[in-house]
Structures are given as structure tokens and as C-alpha cells.
Design a protein around this ligand. Sequence first.
Ligand SMILES: [Zn+2]
Length: 379
Amino acid sequence: MTTLIKNAHIISPDVDIQNGAVLFDGKKIAAVFLDNDNLPVVDQTVDAGGKMVVPGFIDVHFHGRSGYDFCDGTQEGMNAIGNDKIKDGVTSFLGTTLTVSEEQLSAALRSAAEYMKAPTGAKVAGVHLEGPFINPKCLGAQNPEFVRKPDIEMVKRLNAIFPVKKVSYALEVEGALEFTQQLLALGITPSCVHTAASYKDYQNASRYGFKNLSHFCNQMTPLHHRDIGMVGAGLLHDEAFAELICDKLHICPEMIKLVFKVKGAGHVQLITDAMRAAGMPDGQYDLGGMNVIVKGDAARLESGALAGSTLLYYTGLRNVYEITGYPLKELIKSTSWAQAQALNLPGVGKIETGYAADVLILEDDFSPSAVFVDGARKL
Ligand SMILES: [Zn+2]
């Protein structure tokens, strides 16, 4: 099956082509055409009408959507999340867990394994364990009941159910440095968050290849002039990949601007950190056993602390575009390419020959009007 998306404004890392065309052959991108190139005869043609055509978004940190949390561990929930992330332009994601029991984590991973036997919507590229190996003093909206010390055997048990791609933990807790090395040896990306780690902790871990920071700035040691902390480490170290929640609530617009200015879009990973209320009306929702009140754009615990977001992925890109004014061929690195690099996901994240045909057609407000996953139209 061949598909041609013609009359496309193709935007991909360092690429901006007006009146271009993209050819899919089966699950892969087979060719990219410039204006005036001769176009092939194909099975089906989609006219993009001059709209933006970009690589599918990769959300590497979010917990739920449409009333369901990945940690519910139900097939109904997993299917709804997989299908509905498509509406936000997400073609693959990491199912992200909360600080809950191993039993509950196992159930969530089993639901992902079952879904991936015949995915109907977005692809689950793996699992992101957020917790339970965090600093109990930096909980945010994580449940203290299930916090525990780093335990590689537990990660191995979960990894046997469904691939774990990333683990977010606190670098300063007992055993964390050894845990970092053990994760890297398994090919799992180590990442730090819910942490009181000092800059020294980053330096020690970075010697082994540690370089990922989960929801950068949130639940993390801030920049101070005598210890630049994890925020300072993320800004100072070019190799560091920073995840950013760009709902304008978790991080103010000036900080978003600063992060992009210092790091460049290639080392920023836009995430939503969305909880189950994303795509749902205001009201009360559960997050890992805690009550969350959703009103307007904010999801908060009763204490007032932010408890994840309700951000839809494309809205984050629109926010960053409006805040930074950067060219889209730069910004688009932060919606898929940086994620593919940070997690060693081969063959995704670009509109280029040989890459997966995970492609979006976007309206002027960045909402997707067509979504292709492995060459098949899902929206
Ligand atoms: Zn978190």
C-alpha cells in the first residue's frame, strides 16, 4: 500500500519545505519530494492543502487521558488512552506509571503488552516508571505510601512484562548511583526527578552517561548561586535532555523561553504529564489514590499543589511557538526528535526516507486534522 501526502508544508528537524510531498510505502516513509518534483503514481493520495505536515508527536511522560490512568491497569483504559492520544497528535508514547504498588505496576504493564499485540491507536514505545524510587520529601502528587529505595530486581521483573524505557528517580537516595549504572547496563534511560539532588549528584551520575531530567524544574532542586542544583545542571550541560511541561502553569513563560534559549530545541522534550482528566470536563479525579480537583487548565491536590496537567500535546507546541517565536523547523525537534535521541528509539521522529510513517497534518492552531501511524490513517 502506497500513500502520497501532497501539497504539504513539510516541517521536520532543520527542514522546511513548501509544496512538498511525502510518500509512504507500507509502514515507512519511502521518499520526500520538493516542489516541482515529479510525483509517483500511488494507491491513495491525500491533499494536505498547504497545511503543516510534521513528524508524529512522542509523549514520553503522561499518566492518562479521557478519564483513564495507565496505572488503572485495565484493558478498557489502555485502549481508550491509546486511541484518544491520536486526537492530540501523539503517534507513540511511554505509558508512565505513578508511585504505586508493584502489583499495580505489573497490571499496567500487562495491559500495555496486550494492547501492543494489535494497537488500534498510538503505539506504546515502552514504559516510563515515575517512582517509586523517589525522595519522600519531594513527593509532588506521588503517594508516599509506596515510596521505596532503588531496586533493580523490581525493574527487571517489570521489564520482563513489557519493556521499561525510562526510570525517573531521585539521584541522592541510597543506592542511586549503582542503580544508575544498572539501568544503563540494561539499556534503560535513567532520569532524575522528585529530587533534592545537588549539582554534585548530577556530576557523579553523568560520568556513567546519566543525562535525562524528568519534568524539568518541577520537583527538582532549583538554580542557586552556590549550588546550581539539578536545574542548573540541566542548563549547564549541553548533553542533558530536559522534559518540559508547557501548559504555562508548571513553568512560567519566561522560564520556557530561557530553557529553549540555553539548550536549543534539540535537547528539550515537550511532555504533557497529563493525568486522567485530560480531554475531560472539570471535576474531581483520582491520581494514584489521591483526590485531584480539576478546574480550568489546572489539576491540583486539595493542598493546592499541581497534580499533573490536563494538557493536550499539540497545545504545548502552540504555547511554545507563541512564547519563543522560534522557527518551527527548530521547535519541532522538541516534539519527537529529542525524545527519540534521549530514549534511543530508532527510526522515528523525522520526516525522512526510511523513518516510520508516523506523520501528522496540522491546522494553523496546531490541532491535527490527519494522523498516520505506521502509514495507516488513524484520524
Ligand atoms: Zn512527577
